[in-house]
Design a protein around this ligand. Sequence first.
Ligand SMILES: Cc1cc2nc3c(=O)[nH]c(=O)nc-3n(C[C@H](O)[C@H](O)[C@H](O)COP(=O)(O)O)c2cc1C
Length: 395
Amino acid sequence: MKVALGVSGGIACYKAAEIVRRLQDGGLDVAVLMTKAATQFVTPLTFRALSGNKVYVDLFEGPQSGTDFEGAFDHILLAQSIDLFLVAPATADCIARLAAGIADDFLTTFHLAVRAPVVVAPAMNTRMWEHASVQANLQTLINRGVHIIEPEVGQMACRTYGPGRLAAVEQIVEFVTDLLNRPRDLEGRKVLVTAGPTIEDIDPVRFISNRSSGKMGYAIARAARDRGANVLLISGPTELQFPSILRVRTTEEMWRAVLENSTDVDVVIKAAAPLDFRPASIAAQKIKKSTAALTLHLEPTPDILKELGTRKNGKLLVGFAAETENHVQNGLEKLRAKNLDLIVVNPASGPDSAFDSDMNHATLIDASGHIEEIPLVTKRVMADKILDRVVQLLK
Ligand SMILES: Cc1cc2nc3c(=O)[nH]c(=O)nc-3n(C[C@H](O)[C@H](O)[C@H](O)COP(=O)(O)O)c2cc1C
C-alpha cells in the first residue's frame, strides 16, 4: 500500500523523516510532498534518500518541460495511486489552504485530486493553535471527513508550554496503520446512504424541518467509503461535507433522488430523517403576522422507505427509527411494515438522544429477529457496527 506524506513548513518537519522510516518499517511505500516552506527546514534530498521515491515540491517542474510528457500530470497520477494522504506536520497555513480548497502548490493541488482518506497532524505554537481561524479551519476539515490527529500538550520549540506540539510519531504511525488495515469488506459494493433532515416551505420565508444533524448518515458514508464501497450520499440541508454527494431540500426531492439512484446499488442505508408531513400548499406571499391563531394543513410526504421496500430487487435495505418508547417493539413493527433487512432504533428523546450529538446508542434488529444492543459510542464507531451487520447480511 502507498501513503503520500505531505510535509508543510513548521519546526516539526524533522520528525517527518522518522515518520517516513516508521511507515516503511510497516511495509508501506511512501511518497513525500513538500511545501516550499518545508524545504527551508529539511531538504528534499533527505526524503528522497529515505523514501527511495521522487519528492514532489514544484507543481510546474517535471513532465511539462521534458520529452516524457504524455498528458499525464504528476499530481493527478499520484493522487490516483495512493491509499492514504497524511499531512504531518500540518502548519496553520497549510490547514487553511486545505480547508479553503486552495490549489497553489503541489501539495494543495494534489489534495483536491485525492479520494483516499486524508489524515492531518497539526503542529504549531499554542497561541496559533488556539486561534479561532485555525479551529474553524480544522472544523471544516472534520466536517469533510478528514481525520485530525490532535497535537500534544508540551514544551514547544519556542520555549512555551501548551497544546500544539506534533503528536508522537508512534501515535501518527499507529493511526495511519489502523486506518489502512480497516477491513475492505465493502470493496466493489455500491452503497447509497441518505442523511440529514428535509425542509418543507410554509411561505417564502418560513419552513418546517426537524432536529436531524446528518452526522450519523455522514459517518456511515465515510465508514463505508473507508471499507472500500463506492458510496453515493443523498443529503438534506446540513453543514457537513462528503466527496460524492447529491443535495436535496424537500422529502419529495429526496424520494426522487433515491429512486433514480438506487436501481443498481447493493445496499441502501436510510439514515436521513425526511419530514413525514408538509404544508398542503405553500403560501405565495409571506403570511402576515396577526393575533389570530394560524392553522397549518399538513399532508403526508412520499414514504421513501416503504417504496424502496416494495422494489428491493435483491438489495439490502437498512432503515432507522427514532423512538421515544417501546424501542424494540416499534422497531420490529417498522422493519416488517417497510420490508427492511435491518433497522437501527435510536432514542429520540432524553439525555442520550442522538439528535445533533457526536454520540449515539442504538438497538440493531434484523429481519430474522436478531437483536443487538450497541452502548453509547461515537457515531463513527456506530457506523462501523452497522456496517459489520450489513457485511454479515450481504453474505
Ligand atoms: C522558524 C519557524 C518555525 C515555524 N514553525 C511553524 C510551526 O510549527 N507551525 C506553523 O503552523 N507555522 C510555523 N511557521 C510559519 C510557517 O513556516 C509559515 O506560515 C509558512 O507560510 C507555512 O507555509 P506552508 O504551509 O506552505 O508550509 C514557522 C516559521 C518559522 C520562521
